[in-house]
Design a protein around this ligand. Structure first.
Ligand SMILES: *Cc1c(COP(=O)(O)O)cnc(C)c1O
Length: 387
């Protein structure tokens, strides 16, 4: 089976993790701050807070922005459930903004319309989470301009987009948002096994997230409500969690980070080959806006079903049967049973649902070989033609 995504682990990665295993600290040592510093420097952010997943990063990001009961968070339906669930963790309410038909990212046009209506109804969002689907940056300038006008905060879910760029600058530099979140799950661009990071230029937000990832506990006398009882003393000053990243994970991340640009460049070579080989197929290949450089976490094709004798499901099943580990990113979140029970309904976000009815993620990862790309494309031909 050729999977849709997978990690690439080198001897240097293994050595880096082994060094930690032989050291004094498996957690709360020097590697996590070193990894944070390296990512912040790489993407051009002032502060970085490493946590045990992007899901945790989204949670502490929302809490740092003081999202709570009575507040609204808006995101896109075409994302992993974590981008919406973070609102519910905070006791806030979720709503969705439909996607752009070309980029599959949150549509700034739909966002503006929804904001106009929400303003009339007194239901403006406190936080909006644009998701850089497949690694392609959202139209951040437009979303940021709307944030200025309507007063919401922006958390970029860049789980797909570490190493990607917007207007020639790394995603994560915070020019158009308050916080950016990265995922280091093994299918993503670089990995720490499980892991995530929130980056920001705001010292107050960074400090809040640092507290939240470790029980809301501080050892800094300057932050305490009274003088320390003694050298052992710490104080809990907010309600936090254990969302810490381990030293093993950070060591792996530090080693992987050195290859980030090469990984993204390799993904672009693979995408270019797919684009060329699929040119005359009845499929839509990924449209790329010229203002961005995608992290290319995913390579999604859409079937032109009116030109194909087989159904979306038949093509998908045929690919799996041929040993191609295709996937579908994503089932629109509002159609999940948990969200349907909150009052959402099929038909609420037509562009997202049309996308879901046609999309297939083909294998895309740095270690994918050229010959394997040819194998995948021949399997797509077979799946579509049904012979
Ligand atoms: C993978 C992913 C997440 C969650 O990442 P974890 O590190 O697995 O928690 C969140 N949002 C998007 C868009 C993702 O793809």
């Amino acid at each position: 089976m050729i999977p849709y995504g997978r990690q690439d682990i080198t001897q240097a990665d293994i050595d880096s993790v082994l060094e930690v295993l032989r050291s004094d600290f498996l957690t709360q040592g020097p590697k996590v701050p070193a990894f944070e510093h390296a990512v912040a420097e790489k993407v051009g952010a002032k502060y970085a807070v490493a946590v045990n997943s992007a899901t945790s990063a989204l949670h502490v990001a929302c809490l740092a922005l003081q999202l709570g009961p009575g507040d609204w968070l808006w995101t896109t339906p075409v994302t992993f459930v974590a981008s919406a669930n973070c609102a519910l963790y905070c006791g806030a309410k979720v709503d969705f903004v439909d996607i752009d038909e070309r980029t599959y990212n949150m549509s700034p046009v739909a966002l503006e319309k929804k904001l106009e209506q929400a303003e009339r109804e007194g239901k403006l969002p406190k936080v909006v989470i644009p998701v850089h689907l497949c690694g392609q940056p959202c139209d951040m300038a437009a979303i940021h301009a709307l944030a200025q006008r309507y007063g919401f905060k922006i958390v970029e879910d860049a789980s797909h987009a570490v190493g990607g760029k917007y207007h020639d600058e790394y995603i994560g530099n915070g020019r158009y948002s308050d916080i950016t979140v990265f995922s280091f799950h093994p299918v993503k661009i670089i990995t720490t096994a499980e892991g995530g990071m929130a980056v920001t230029n705001d010292a107050v937000l960074a400090e809040r997230m640092v507290l939240l990832r470790s029980h809301g506990v501080t050892r800094d006398p300057a932050r305490m409500t009274s003088l320390p009882d003694g050298p052992w003393y710490y104080q809990q000053i907010s309600l936090g969690f254990n969302y810490r990243m381990t030293e093993l994970q950070a060591a792996l991340g530090l080693s992987q980070l050195k290859r980030l640009d090469a990984y993204v460049a390799k993904r672009h070579v693979i995408a270019a080959l797919y684009n060329k080989l699929l040119k005359d197929f009845p499929v839509i290949t990924p449209w790329q806006h010229s203002n961005g450089y995608s992290g290319l976490h995913l390579y999604v094709i859409r079937l032109r079903l009116e030109q194909i004798q087989r159904s979306h499901r038949e093509v998908f099943e045929s690919l799996r049967a041929q040993g191609i580990g295709v996937n579908l990113h994503y089932i629109p979140v509002h159609t999940q049973p948990y969200y349907l029970a909150m009052g959402f309904a099929a038909g609420d976000y037509p562009e997202s649902e049309r996308y879901y009815a046609e999309a297939i993620s083909l294998p895309m990862y740095a270690a994918l070989q050229e010959a394997q790309v040819h194998t995948v494309v021949e399997a797509v031909r077979h799946a579509i033609e049904g012979v």
